[in-house]
Design a protein around this ligand. Structure first.
Ligand SMILES: N[C@H](CCC[C@H](N)C(=O)O)C(=O)O
Length: 276
């Protein structure tokens, strides 16, 4: 199968974008893994497949696959790249788009330059819906990881996130603790793991060990989940600039039941073809 693709990234979280409207695409998990493989394929954190919508209120549908081949519910950096991708491929002339994902409908606004803002919907905090095993909903939970107990928040942005506060992201045990929490039994669908260092009520630093990928240079839903977790603990204001290794995202959340808005760049790197 010969596939046309576009390589894009959001702050270094990189994607293979596939237009499944203009070309017939049939992808198995092993073909996704091959596409994402940085030696045998194109190489990316996620593969994003753009399709015609099924929901009449949506302009497009897009499906998200992690590098390990797993299909997931939401991808913040991917949503911004999706918006730029459909504009650049002239699949739409609109600046304001509604896209259907496995997590529901997202509203995107293509701004000047490379910035895109996304209404990511309201976070889900009820443990059973994250999903996370806990008796009662709380801002934080004790989590036993191989005998050591950590304090985590559990937030879904359509996809599950665990958020831990650390004093210094640079020395945070991302490589050691990330995989242990990603596959922790209390997160039955596995989980993305965010390590958050607060600098002020409007500025924080974040590293994310992503479910199905490992540490990425940025994670959009992770930045949203981190801002929500910190605001629920009264530690940040409604608008926070979250600095990830790949750069900053601006997150706005005015409280429970309200949508989270994320604003940041989307960058096209190159177009190509691959034989799978
Ligand atoms: N690894 C995530 C999906 C991609 C999220 C991330 N790339 C983002 O920008 O939100 C998961 O398994 O839920």
């Amino acid at each position: 199968m010969r596939l046309k693709f576009t390589k894009m990234h959001g702050l270094g979280n990189d994607f293979v974008m596939l237009d499944a409207i203009s070309q017939r695409i049939k992808l198995s998990p092993d073909k996704i893994q091959r596409l994402a493989d940085r030696h045998l394929g194109v190489g990316c954190d996620q593969v994003l497949v753009v399709e015609a919508p099924r929901n009449p209120d949506a302009d497009f549908r897009y499906r998200i696959y992690n590098a390990d081949g797993s299909e997931v519910e939401n991808c913040g950096n991917g949503a911004r790249c999706f918006a730029r991708f459909v504009r650049e491929r002239r699949l739409t002339g609109k600046h304001r788009l509604t896209v259907e994902t496995a997590a529901g409908l997202l509203k995107l606004n293509l701004q000047e330059g490379d910035q895109v803002s996304v209404d990511m919907g309201a976070p889900v905090l009820e443990p059973a819906e994250v999903p996370f095993s806990a008796d009662l909903q709380a801002p934080t939970y004790p989590l036993d990881v191989s005998g050591d107990v950590y304090t985590v928040s559990a937030v879904s942005m359509g996809n599950p996130h665990a958020v831990l506060l650390v004093d210094d992201v640079a020395s945070a045990p991302v490589e050691k603790l990330g995989p242990l929490i990603e596959s922790h039994p209390r997160f039955p669908n596995r989980v993305n793991v965010g390590f958050l260092q607060l600098e002020s009520r409007q500025l924080a630093h974040l590293r994310v060990f992503e479910r199905g990928v490992g540490e990425t240079r940025a994670c959009g839903t992770g930045a949203c989940a981190a801002a929500v977790a910190a605001r629920l603990r009264g530690l940040v204001d409604d608008t926070v600039e979250i600095h990830l290794p790949g750069g900053p995202l601006t997150i706005h959340w005015s409280g429970p039941g309200q949508p989270v808005t994320m604003t940041g760049p989307a960058t096209t790197v190159y177009h190509g073809q691959i034989v799978l």
